[in-house]
Design a protein around this ligand. Structure first.
Ligand SMILES: NC(=O)c1ccc[n+]([C@@H]2O[C@H](COP(=O)([O-])OP(=O)(O)OC[C@H]3O[C@@H](n4cnc5c(N)ncnc54)[C@H](OP(=O)(O)O)[C@@H]3O)[C@@H](O)[C@H]2O)c1
Length: 331
């Protein structure tokens, strides 16, 4: 981080630095990054730590997950050749001691490419699966409405809903994304919130109402969804990308919050790492569906570590289609 951002992210907030590749000491191992994950929360790491991490200082390496290969090791549990995903940071090599801070997981599945350890078969996919099931109480027959549906998390919600007997309608910002939702990503229908009248279209596509709202966006999109919430409906607050940097004055004031009470509904937020005990279950379910040809996924991969700032900036411009990754050392 070259400068702490205040408003929009710019290239000048980042600086690429080179240095010697570290050598592992006793109990350490060296991971060579293959793919690095890019997520909206990283902008908050630069500002205040998002209440999750210690705020970054100027000169620090950006935080984030990656998947990589152990290339040198003096740690018995992480031999050379092991593939892991964890908090590798924005760097090509990560010196690691396997301590809990790194949140390391070994990649065991062989049904999908290694990059999916950061997407559908990683924390991003678990957020979709566990947000829908554990927080949203997804049931067969539910009508599910997902905002940010063509993003990293949202792009998994269509197949998860379908495979558990529900049907999902996705909301996204371009025609291309909407076509992808219904053509590839398991959604029954899609709404382009930039070109269509959102509330009217939700009514047309969900004439019996919405049982489960999975919201990545907040603001006016959430408000329109709430207008169609059914009795005993469930609202999962996964993210609020439209509101992260709105500032107190500009923050959107919900009009339809009262429907939570009227509909005897429930609205709940969550933090995915609080559900870590269920990660194995989420991975097994989705790897199983992928193996059976019942789940697809979408990744948006830029090439080269110098693309990391651009990859982060484009999340806030709607530039990414599916899970945003950067390939830094994949063969
Ligand atoms: N609760 C948790 O533990 C947890 C875990 C992971 C992620 N999250 C949150 O979940 C959300 C999705 O994460 P992700 O990594 O998958 O990101 P993502 O959905 O890939 O985020 C980028 C997308 O957000 C949409 N977007 C950007 N600005 C917007 C705006 N002002 N209004 C409406 N949509 C906007 C854009 O899609 P369109 O073109 O469709 O606008 C863009 O492509 C984020 O808010 C993230 O912080 C929460």
């Amino acid at each position: 981080m070259a400068e702490r951002p205040t408003g929009d992210l710019q290239d000048r907030h980042f600086r690429l630095e080179s240095g010697p590749i570290p050598e592992p000491g006793p109990g350490q191992f060296l991971i060579r990054s293959l793919y690095l994950s890019v997520a909206p929360v990283m902008r908050m790491y630069m500002i205040d730590g998002a209440g999750i991490e210690k705020p970054l200082e100027v000169g620090d390496t950006l935080l984030g997950r990656g998947v990589g290969e152990v290339v040198a090791s003096r740690h018995p549990d992480y031999p050379v050749g092991e593939i892991v995903h964890g908090k590798l940071g924005w760097q090509e090599y990560c010196l690691c001691d396997g301590s809990p801070w790194f949140m390391l997981y070994k990649v065991r599945q062989r049904v999908a490419p290694v990059s999916t350890a950061l997407g559908v078969l990683g924390i991003t996919g678990f957020t979709a699966y566990l947000g829908l099931t554990q927080i949203g109480g997804l049931r067969a027959g539910d009508r599910v409405l997902v905002s940010g549906a063509a993003g990293g998390v949202g792009s998994n919600c269509g197949w998860i809903s379908r495979n558990l007997g529900a049907t999902a309608v996705g909301i996204a910002g371009t025609r291309e994304k909407c076509a992808l939702l219904t053509g590839k990503l398991g959604y029954e229908a899609a709404i382009n919130y930039r070109e269509e009248s959102l509330e009217a279209r939700i009514g047309e596509l969900c004439p019996q109402g919405v049982d489960l709202i999975f919201d990545n966006v907040g603001g006016a999109v959430l408000d329109a969804a709430l207008a169609h919430l059914n009795r005993h409906g469930r609202v999962v607050l996964c993210g609020r990308i439209s509101q992260y940097f709105a500032g107190e004055q500009a923050r959107y004031a919900l009009q339809n919050w009262w429907r939570i009470g009227k509909q005897r509904a429930r609205m709940q937020g969550f933090f995915i790492y609080d559900l870590a005990e269920h990660f194995a279950e989420a991975e097994a379910a989705m790897a199983g569906w992928i193996g059976e040809g019942r789940m697809n996924w979408q990744e948006d991969i830029l090439e080269g570590i110098e693309q990391m700032p651009r990859a982060l900036i484009r999340l806030f411009e709607g530039g990414n289609v599916g899970k945003q990754l950067v390939s830094v050392g994949a063969r």
